[in-house]
Design a protein around this ligand. Structure first.
Ligand code: FUB
Ligand code: ZN
Length: 623
């Protein structure tokens, strides 16, 4: 199965149409301003003019421009905007003008270190930036039909392949990305050599000797990276930070930097054609989602390596859970879903999409989180940009491209992974067919699917039944066939006629969940959920810090509107709270604390911190 090209699908529900409108009207123009203000575009301009020196900022800043362009391409399909189109075009023209005749492009090296190219692959992101360039080029070509930027990407890819490969030097990037980009390039250009080169990059990684080992002794190139240091003489090279610890087929658990790991596994899932690689990906996925993932779909708890630690280590207050890592998890889930047809992957994709990824952007669309903790004591806040600004354009491209994750099609099958509202047109059973999902997801589990083929056609409609759903009912009016059930989907294989419908009620009700007790930070605590959404308690609604609250999980949960944003549903629950009465002593005998009845209103996690900093807690104590 494949996602539908964006030209064949349009989001229609209030949730995603609002996000896509905000994307084009606010997020993209705001990000463009930041690219200008922070000299990211100036770097391309200066290279094009033949200037040297003076690059300021992170050595991978070019990638922000590329991701911005990619997001524009998606956004413009959803919502035409002359302003955004011009901004995107300006970026494309600058990038094309900055490329060297041999295909090389990276303004950090071109301006500041023209003699140091390809000397420090482990740290300096040349292929990573090139990967984002390629992805942007493919997106502009596929969405808007303009191949100028893709041709820049092709020249870069050919340049890399003139240096590295099975019969050339062994080398790969410390930050995976180019692998998945090359796979997209192969598809868009029809040139399979890019896919085969991606396969080589994925498979060679982790073999010994690692190309990174000699690089780590190259003092001249280490000196131009802000964090690199030469290993001590007795220090054994491990490589797990950049998934260079083992060949991918031997992976059993997620290690190192979370975004890097996700990007590697996305490419690997696209390439997995044999049982050994599939098994490696399945067990690594299981390790991640069963032992190392937050309830929000956030991943990578540690700031130290921006990544993974050990099983069940999921601290809430100090959770790193980078926005980009949750986005990477969505991409990986989608790749495994398309490989296997197994709804388990859609389940996690949905969790990350509606919670730990979308939390990375403010409801207004112009303030961002890099780090997505599950608890705050009032100091965490959103900002318009970051020095290391990977997350803002990443969330922009996710929102622009969200229709790639809600459904997929094959010749005789249509899959609804996430029942968000959309209108799609594709060919099923050889007949052009329109599929419309009418829904107010994630606020309601009542869904109508309208099927409109040009003439009767036989195909299987697969509708995912989420793990959280209860008392599911499905009905195809006037039909006699029973639905089948396969890999987590209700399957309706029949001859569909123009005007047919499928009615689904997922039985969406608020409910509490608890954690495996091995997640020590959540012992005695519960989290409130409703459908795909994880809820959180914020002091703005409670009037007191949620850390003082204890929930009564037996009490009724009342749904009500929230003032945090239009259409957002809040959930009100009963419990108790400690009253902060200790006047002049820090400690006293048990029973001194006054405990009162209290009501707490929870809002969706993704919407927290939109009314200024607050105390916030997802995992609240249980009475
Ligand atoms: O290194 C490039 C990006 O910056 C990574 O993906 C993020 O984790 C941040 O380190
Ligand atoms: Zn990021």
């Amino acid at each position: 199965m494949r996602s539908l090209p964006l030209s064949q699908i349009k989001m229609t529900d209030p949730f995603w149409t609002r996000w896509q409108t905000v994307l084009v009207e606010t997020t993209l123009p705001a990000e463009y301003d930041q690219l200008v203000k922070t000299d990211r575009l100036k770097n391309f301009e200066r290279v094009a003019k033949g200037e040297t020196g003076g690059f300021d900022g992170f050595y991978f800043n070019d990638s922000d421009t590329y991701k911005f362009v990619e997001a524009c391409a998606y956004g413009l399909v959803a919502r035409p905007s002359e302003e955004v189109r011009k901004q995107m075009q300006h970026c494309i023209d600058l990038v094309a003008a900055a490329q060297m005749p041999d295909g090389y492009i990276n303004t950090y090296f071109q301006l500041n270190h023209p003699t140091m190219k390809w000397r420090n692959l482990n740290a300096l992101h040349e292929m990573y930036c090139g990967g984002h360039l390629i992805e942007a080029g493919v997106a502009v070509y596929e969405c808007l039909g303009d191949r100028k930027l893709m041709d820049v990407g092709i020249r870069f890819a050919d340049h890399v392949m003139s240096l590295y490969g099975p019969d050339k030097k062994v080398g790969y990037c410390g930050h995976e990305e180019i692998e998945l980009a090359l796979i997209k390039l192969a598809r868009a250009s029809g040139e399979n050599k890019y896919r085969e080169f991606a396969r080589w990059l994925v498979e060679i990684r982790g073999c010994r000797p690692s190309p990174f080992e000699p690089e780590l002794q190259d003092e001249e190139s280490l000196a131009i990276h802000p964090f690199s240091r030469k290993p001590k003489p007795d220090e054994k090279y491990e490589g797990d930070y950049y998934q260079d610890h083992l060949p991918i087929r031997q992976h059993t658990e997620v290690v190192g930097h979370a975004v890097r790991a996700m990007y590697l596994y996305i490419a690997a899932a696209d390439l997995a054609e044999d049982p050994e690689l599939v098994a490696a990906l399945e067990r690594t996925w299981d390790n991640l989602t069963r032992k190392r993932m937050y309830v929000t779909g956030g991943i990578g708890p540690s700031a130290h390596n921006e990544g993974f630690t050990t099983d069940y280590d999921l601290p809430n207050l100090s959770a790193y859970a980078e926005t980009c890592a949750a986005i990477g998890l969505i991409f990986w889930g989608n790749a495994l879903l398309q490989m296997s047809g197994n709804a388990e992957y859609a389940e996690t994709m949905e969790r990350a999409l509606y919670n730990g990824a979308i939390s990375g952007i403010s409801l207004s669309g112009d303030q961002f989180f890099y780090v997505n903790p599950l608890e705050s004591r009032g100091t965490h806040k959103r900002t318009p940009w970051f020095d290391c600004a990977c997350c803002p354009p990443n969330i922009a491209r996710l929102i622009g491209n969200v229709s790639s994750y809600v459904c997929a099609a094959a010749d005789n099958d249509f899959y609804i992974h996430i029942p968000a509202g959309f209108d799609a047109t594709t060919t099923l059973g050889g007949v052009k067919t329109k599929i419309s999902v009418e829904s107010n997801y994630p606020w309601s589990g009542k869904i109508t699917v309208r099927i409109d083929p040009e003439k009767p056609t036989e195909f299987a409609l697969h509708f995912r039944i989420p793990d959280w759903s209860e008392d599911v009912s499905t009905e195809v009016p006037n039909a006699e066939e029973e639905a089948g059930y396969e890999k987590g989907y209700a399957v309706f294989k029949r001859t569909w006629k123009p005007g047919d419908t499928l009615l689904v009620d997922l039985g969406m009700e608020p409910k509490w969940v608890e954690s495996d007790p091995r997640v020590r930070d959540n012992l005695g605590r519960v989290a409130l959920t409703c459908g795909p959404l994880i809820y959180t308690a914020e002091s703005h609604d409670l009037g007191f810090a949620p850390q003082l609250f204890c929930a009564d999980v037996e009490a009724p949960i009342v749904t009500q509107p929230s003032d945090v944003g239009e259409g957002i549903k809040a959930l009100s629950v009963e419990g108790s709270m400690e009253v902060e009465l200790f006047a002049d002593s820090l400690y006293a005998e048990p029973g001194t604390t006054d405990i009162r009845e209290a009501t707490a209103t929870f809002i969706p996690y993704y919407a927290w911190n939109n009314r200024g900093p607050s105390n916030m807690q997802v995992w609240v104590r249980q009475l």
